[in-house]
Design a protein. Structure first.
Length: 181
């Protein structure tokens, strides 16, 4: 006997206006809970300049034929990072685990490119300044504020200003965020 599957609309989180961003099928609604998916940011905010950002959503509750999601992170397309790194620059990656003001544990991965080839000590100095800048910002903001700052580029510009005091930064991107736990 064939099992009848039903279609469910996938709804974006409240911070993105609870729009329908996709659909999926399942036999029972409880099978959907915990399922993760990647949605391009264009589908949620209609800003085509942010085509390279993918949002990670996890289905956390079902109401009727609607699957409501919560945001669990974002990712930048690898092609975007490849384009940032030019021949004579130096890539610096920063990975740090932090907690926002509302208690959400987040891993933030930042990548930036220094203007010229520099030694390890200069890369370490800029990495340290970048960590301090992100730490300072996250101490005073909620998870929703963090997401807005990443999408708008505000967090990247704060880190750039801090790092430029040590050595000129060619380009910068908050490459990835992940909710831990």
């Amino acid at each position: 006997m064939a099992v009848k599957k039903q279609w469910y609309d996938i709804i974006a989180p409240k911070m993105f206006g609870e729009k329908v961003v996709g659909e999926t099928m399942a036999v029972e609604p409880k099978q959907l809970i915990g399922r993760t998916l990647e949605v391009n940011l264009i589908e949620m905010i209609q800003d085509y300049s942010k085509f390279y950002i993918k949002m990670k959503l996890r289905i956390d509750r079902i109401e009727g034929q609607k699957a409501f999601t919560k945001l669990v992170g974002h990712d930048t397309m690898t092609e975007r990072v490849y384009r940032m790194v030019q021949r004579h620059g130096r890539r610096v990656d920063v990975v740090q685990d932090l907690a926002t003001k509302d208690g959400v544990k987040v891993r933030v991965k930042t990548v930036f490119v220094l203007l010229k080839r520099v030694g390890t000590s200069m890369k370490d100095a800029t990495r340290k300044v970048a960590k301090e800048a992100v730490d300072e910002v996250l101490k005073d903001c909620t998870f929703e504020d963090l997401v807005e700052m990443v999408i708008s580029g505000e967090l990247a510009s704060i880190v750039r200003k801090a790092c430029n005091k040590v050595y000129p930064v060619a380009s910068i991107e908050i490459r990835k965020t992940e909710v831990l736990g």
